[in-house]
Design a protein around this ligand. Structure first.
Ligand code: PLP
Length: 382
């Protein structure tokens, strides 16, 4: 049997990782400015995370959600404290798409309505409704197509207001990333998020904050949507939540009433995943990683802005993007092959930085030096 070939691969095998570094099978060291796609929040193989998982593994790894699993409540408590959303409820699942799928479904159960407002260049995952709300027709199979999604231009307040005036009675929810990731690091305007809050309140619709990529402290606030100073009704989370251990979840505002059978999962909230997620929050707290992400992010953004070849440097905390001009289109590849630095990308010409929140200033400087070196190398080759 061979693997189903759905990913274009870099010809690299990673065999070891620590903090913001990874090593290949020949012991070549790489700097990870991509965080394994925004997943590594507290650093690869953080000792506290390893220890908590090991200790849990020796006791029990899994039992179904038909029994009491105290570590789920410990996780909910800690998440409430660290996120500041202490009166919310937690439902646990396994991935970002699943979190959004449950969020959209819960919204519809709650208000009995069917339409979902989503935005241009949004990415919400690959399950049926999440992918339908994703602005990329090439990944939507015919069976996923639905007339229940209304796409609007991102950050367009007039279009959003007009849409609610026309379809307010049918709109169940509005789903939005606080900072679009796959869409190329595009920040939702504060006033736009505030308008979503107001319109959802007025029309009995649910505001869903997709925090799968931009959440969990990455932006310098626990949720990047928090910059707007208004609460969402549901926050979806995944990537940074387990530092690589698969876990996702939604935070649900108090007005939602749970009913048996409404949502469910076999693996979600298993003992081992909860141990990993608790370890992540403990480290975020102990190492003050949210504040660190903000400060180091500000520094990196400032340094990037001083590099004249790079355009439109933007982002918050350690979620940063910039446009690469056509003559430097091989920058990402050069950084990887010649300077041993992993970065992310967004089509057609954006480099995305999504490093661990524990990235050090030395690592940041190492990256900036490599970046300047790669730019010079590409210019010299022209
Ligand atoms: C904003 C956002 N939402 C949802 C998802 C889907 O998450 P997953 O791949 O864990 O299903 C992603 C993944 O990249 C994402 O960036």
């Amino acid at each position: 049997m061979t693997l189903f070939d759905v990913y274009p691969l870099n010809n690299i095998t990673i065999t070891k990782a620590l903090g913001s570094n990874v090593w290949d099978e020949n012991d070549v060291q790489y700097l990870d400015m991509y965080g394994g796609h925004a997943v590594i929040s507290i650093g690869h193989t953080h000792p506290h995370w390893v220890k908590r998982i090991e200790e849990q593994l020796e006791k029990i790894a899994f039992y179904s959600n038909s029994i009491i699993i105290p570590i789920q409540s410990q996780l909910a408590d800690k998440l409430g404290k660290v996120s500041g959303k202490e009166d919310y409820h937690l439902f646990l699942c396994n991935s970002g798409a699943e979190a959004n799928e449950n969020a959209l479904k819960l919204a519809s159960f709650h208000n009995g309505k069917k339409k979902v407002v989503a935005f241009s260049k949004a990415f919400h995952g690959r399950t049926s409704l999440a992918v339908a709300a994703t602005d990329n027709p090439s990944i939507v199979a015919p069976v996923n197509e639905t007339e229940n999604i209304i796409f609007l231009p991102f950050n367009d307040e007039a279009a959003l207001t007009a849409c609610f005036e026309k379809h307010g009675k049918e709109i169940s929810s509005v789903i939005i990333e606080g900072i679009q990731g796959v869409g190329g690091i595009v920040l939702a305007n504060t006033s736009f998020l505030q308008l979503i809050r107001t319109l959802c309140d007025k029309h009995n619709a649910v505001y869903i904050a997709d925090s799968v990529q931009c959440g969990y402290g990455r932006s310098g606030q626990f949720f990047s949507h928090d910059y707007a100073g208004v609460n969402a009704d549901i926050y979806s989370m995944a990537k940074g939540m387990g530092n690589g251990f698969p876990i996702g979840g939604i935070l649900i505002a108090p007005q939602f009433k749970a009913k048996y059978g409404m949502l469910g999962t076999t693996f979600g909230g298993n003992h081992l995943a909860c141990a990993a997620a608790l370890a992540v929050l403990e480290v975020i707290e102990q190492e003050n990683l949210i504040q660190h992400a903000k400060e180091l992010g500000d520094y990196i953004i400032e340094q990037l802005k001083a590099i004249e070849e790079l355009k439109n440097v933007r982002g918050r905390g350690l979620m940063i993007g910039f446009d690469v001009p056509e003559e430097l289109k091989d920058l990402k590849k050069t950084l990887l092959t010649e300077f041993k630095v992993f970065t992310g990308e967004a089509k057609p010409n954006v480099i995305r930085l999504l490093p661990s929140l524990s990235l050090t200033k030395e690592h940041a400087d190492e990256f900036l030096t490599a970046l300047k070196g790669a730019i010079e190398l590409l210019k010299a080759r022209k």
